[in-house]
Design a binder for this molecule. Structure first.
Ligand code: HMG
Ligand code: MG
Length: 276
């Protein structure tokens, strides 16, 4: 569950102390993992330039893994120095998005990720692998399920402990998400798969329900439904954590989250927009 995906796309910089206050509020909600920030180029994503300060300022709660995105070794080293409990590499099933987001092809990205995974493994830091554009690419249109499945297989073979499937543009429907997941599940077990659905077309919750039916039990969400991706023009926010908690509870799952504290954290997140 992320603060990062919500905050990276805000037009005006959210002050560091407000980011820290949001993460501290989320820490009280019962999460086992919070994606706090990303160690990326400040020229590419100025909103994340304070990654080290955010990691240093949060009040860590026992039992929570505070995670960060790391596109390359430079990012990993900074995340390691900032004591990230888990890191995430992020690739794409679409060549055009890979180029736009991390300035390299898919195969070049795999070469860049190898030393990150190697260093993380040495340091006993788990690595999550994000795959963007699992349904559609904002630049090149529909993405074939096989392209997603291939990358998921590569990430797992390289040592990722979890693969998060990103419907970056929010174009996915239960049908297209199901087709994509069925292809992915031919290559990797459902226990290592997470769903990361943006809510551009209001279908993220339906897509989660379709994923649950296929055995997926980990979902990313952003407090207050903030965010998007700076390199996916028009992509609306991530699915709102409050709505995901409500859905999963209604489906009979125990999320371990405090719904009242979560609503307060979501209101705080939305309020950040009004403040800046
Ligand atoms: P590049 O320009 O090819 O990299 O960018 P470079 O190696 O040539 O370096 C360029 C400059 O960046 C240099 O600085 C480096 O030192 C610096 P300069 O010499 O010009 O002053 N640099 C760094 N600085 C800090 N941390 C680093 C780092 N690496 C290089 N780690 C790069 C390649 C990957 C760095 C760049 O493209 C980048 O930072 N991209 C990040 C884009 C991003 O954060 N996108 C949003 C997150 S992904 C997402 O939202 C999708 C997701 O939510 C899932 C979904 O929804 O699909 C995960
Ligand atoms: Mg995202």
């Amino acid at each position: 569950m992320s603060a990062r995906d919500g905050l990276q796309n805000e037009k005006v910089l959210v002050p560091t102390d407000r980011k820290i206050a949001l993460i501290d509020r989320l820490s009280a909600c019962g999460f086992s993992r919070i994606e706090a920030t990303s160690f990326v180029s400040a020229r590419w994503v100025p909103q994340m330039a304070d990654a080290a300060e955010v990691m240093a300022g949060i009040h860590r709660k026992a039992g929570i893994r505070y995670t960060a995105l790391t596109p390359n070794l430079k990012g990993f080293e900074a995340a390691c120095a900032a004591k990230a409990d888990e890191v995430a590499i992020f690739g794409s099933a679409s060549e055009a998005f890979s180029m736009a987001n991390i300035n390299c092809s898919i195969s070049e990205s795999l070469e860049r990720f190898k030393p990150v995974i190697f260093a993380a493994t040495e340091a006993r830091i788990p690595v999550r692998g994000y795959i963007s554009c699992v349904v559609a690419c904002p630049y090149s249109g529909a993405v074939a399920p096989d392209a997603v499945a291939r990358l998921a297989r590569d990430f797992l073979a390289m040592g990722c402990v979890e693969i998060s499937l990103g419907d970056t543009t929010g174009a996915g429907t239960p049908e297209t998400v199901e087709a994509m997941l069925k292809a992915v599940l031919q290559e990797v077990p459902e226990q290592v798969v997470a769903g990361h659905y943006h809510d551009t077309n209001g279908l993220a919750l339906d897509n989660i329900e379709a994923s649950v039916a296929l055995g997926i039990s980990v979902f990313d969400a952003a407090a207050g439904g903030l965010g998007g991706c700076p390199y996916a023009p028009g992509a609306k926010g991530n699915v709102d954590t409050v709505a995901v908690n409500r859905l999963l509870t209604r489906l009979g799952y125990h999320t371990g989250l405090d719904a009242v504290l979560l609503s307060e954290a979501a209101a705080f997140a939305r309020g950040l927009r009004a403040e800046i």
